[in-house]
Design a protein around this ligand. Structure first.
Ligand SMILES: *[C@@H]1O[C@H](CO)[C@@H](O)[C@H](O)[C@H]1NC(C)=O
Ligand SMILES: *[C@@H]1O[C@H](CO)[C@@H](O)[C@H](O)[C@H]1NC(C)=O
Ligand SMILES: *[C@@H]1O[C@H](CO)[C@@H](O)[C@H](O)[C@H]1NC(C)=O
Ligand SMILES: *[C@@H]1O[C@H](CO)[C@@H](O)[C@H](O)[C@H]1NC(C)=O
Ligand SMILES: *[C@@H]1O[C@H](CO)[C@@H](O)[C@H](O)[C@H]1NC(C)=O
Length: 480
């Protein structure tokens, strides 16, 4: 209609004037965008900054609406209330303090000046579910009308839930809330629309904890992700499996800024750090895993005068202390990330936060995992030393790292520092974030994924495709 009006009523001069105005608006928008320091720091402004008054004709939420499912509190809030019953694994220490500050944990008092007075918290990785939930409650495009939503978030704290039963030999007790959960969710009216393919939930544990394949007592984890309803739902977790309905998103770090300026300040501090160690490894040997890459890498670090090894298994070294570990990452040029009990490690993200260039030994540690958050070009930000068989591997880590030129090193470090905003979760208590963080990228990823499935269904293709066919996987590593 607008077009018709335009054609019939405007004179050549008026058309020209309108054309020029549109061109100016367009130039203004582009210029405006490029003048943000994004090109210097990799800090992209959040899409919400493009408010309606700049683009009056377009609803900035269209195609981005999310609906939060209302599920019984035993799947989420009761777990927080009963935090005494949760454990961090074999370690029986109290989880309750980590629930403070909307799941960020206790604020860090920094007497040693490592953190420069920023928004730092003693964050526990398992609390990602709570942080994500609190953050999504502030998402700018929520709707109460599920029919309007592009994606449906289910606030099931799957990791906290299973943490109570992982060591329980009674298999049916271990699986009971997984079964209750999928029954409940698939009986809701929202399920019918796409049979759950627009549903997603978040887990602060590795995918392996939800993929028990046998009913033997020795099998690890719950059966959650192998239940039929679960095939149709996407899980975002700190480590994905090779099934295509699992997606990896960053482990939470200690830094939870609410403003772009805080991120930029942090990035500048990381650029200026003096880094006396060529490389660092923080971890514990795994005497149970014979001939593991980790032990080989630890041995090389111990034997090198250029490597700083922080042995988390020895008395007196507290690898849970953010100040101790962050200080080590901030004093090193390269940080070794050998796989341990699983492919990924939280330390990947803490070291990136410290401006330390990661060194990977297995593609499953990062390259095939954080597809929505890490740069596609792996050589730009990391060093890859493939070790297929630790027993026969004879490479020298020190030799390889010493061979990297200073120019290449600075370019890689700059790329790592530019990744910082993309891997941190902004403070969920704020509501006026002005940069794109790990949460925003996860939401973008899930919306694109659901859109893709929706398109396939429309085209009459098998919607199963892209969900549970491991043969068609883009992952290059295999399941243990
Ligand atoms: C740290 O932050 C507090 C409160 O914002 C401020 O009063 C103090 O001066 C800051 N300290 C430093 C060293 O920047
Ligand atoms: C959804 O409904 C609740 C309760 O009626 C209300 O508090 C909330 O603001 C609504 N949210 C949106 C996005 O409309
Ligand atoms: C295992 O757990 C189930 C359900 O929680 C319970 O009904 C059953 O009695 C338990 N079995 C044993 C052997 O403890
Ligand atoms: C999963 O999706 C497929 C295809 O859309 C559908 O046939 C199947 O019934 C769904 N599974 C469940 C448990 O709803
Ligand atoms: C990846 O990054 C490296 C190092 O910065 C560069 O030499 C190479 O050309 C890049 N590759 C691609 C495909 O962009």
């Amino acid at each position: 209609m607008e077009e018709k009006l335009f054609r019939t009523t405007c004179s050549t001069d008026l058309c020209f004037a309108i054309f020029i105005s549109f061109a100016l608006i367009w130039i203004f928008l582009c210029f405006d965008y490029s003048t943000f320091p994004s090109s210097d720091n990799g800090v992209l402004i959040a899409s919400s900054v493009f408010s309606t008054d700049k683009l009056p004709l377009q609803n900035p939420c269209s195609g981005r609406y999310l609906f939060i499912h209302n599920i019984p509190s035993r799947f989420n809030l009761d777990l927080i209330r009963d935090c005494q019953s949760l454990t961090r694994g074999t370690d029986k220490s109290d989880m309750c303090p980590y629930f403070q500050n909307s799941g960020l944990g206790p604020e860090i008092e920094d007497s040693r000046g490592v953190f420069f007075n920023s928004s730092l918290f003693k964050t526990n990785q398992f609390l990602l579910e709570v942080i994500f939930h609190n953050r999504i409650k502030q998402y700018e495009c929520l709707t109460n009308d599920s029919a309007m939503a592009s994606g449906i978030y289910v606030p099931f704290y799957a990791g906290l839930d299973i943490s109570r039963y992982l060591w329980n030999p009674n298999i049916s007790a271990r699986d009971s809330s997984a079964r209750d959960f999928v029954r409940l969710i698939s009986e809701k009216p929202e399920w019918k629309r796409m049979f759950g393919r627009d549903h997603f939930f978040v887990a602060g544990r590795i995918s392996w904890d939800f993929r028990r394949k046998t009913d033997e007592v020795s099998g690890w984890g719950s059966i959650l992700r192998f239940l039929p309803e679960s095939h149709n739902m996407t899980m975002l977790s700190i480590e994905a499996s090779s099934w295509r309905n699992d997606f990896a998103i960053p482990y939470p770090t200690y830094f939870h800024p609410s403003k772009r300026s805080e991120v930029v300040e942090w990035q500048n501090l990381m650029r200026a750090r003096r880094r006396p160690h060529l490389f660092t490894l923080i971890g514990a040997p795994r005497p149970g895993l014979r001939d593991s890459i980790r032990d080989t890498v630890i041995k090389q670090c111990r034997d090198s005068s250029l490597c700083k090894f922080m042995d988390c298994s020895s008395n007196g070294v507290n690898c849970d202390d953010p100040i101790t570990t962050m200080k080590a990452f901030q004093s090193s040029i390269f940080c070794l990330q050998p796989p341990g009990d699983s492919y990924t490690r939280r330390s990947i993200f803490d070291s990136i936060l410290g401006g330390c260039i990661p060194v990977f030994f297995n593609p499953g540690t990062a390259y095939s995992q954080y597809l929505w958050h890490f740069p596609e070009n792996q050589t730009a930000y990391s060093v890859y030393i493939p070790v297929r068989d630790a027993r026969i591997w004879s490479g020298s880590i020190e030799g390889i790292l010493k061979g990297i030129s200073k120019e290449r090193e600075s370019a890689m470090r700059e790329e790592v520092i530019r990744m910082i905003p993309r891997i941190v979760y902004a403070d969920p208590r704020s509501s006026s974030w002005d940069f794109e963080d790990a949460f925003d990228l996860a939401i973008k990823g899930i919306l694109e994924r659901v859109e893709d499935v929706r398109r396939k269904i429309k085209e009459g293709r098998d919607p199963g495709e892209g969900f549970d066919d491991p043969r068609d996987s883009k992952y290059t590593f295999s399941i243990k």
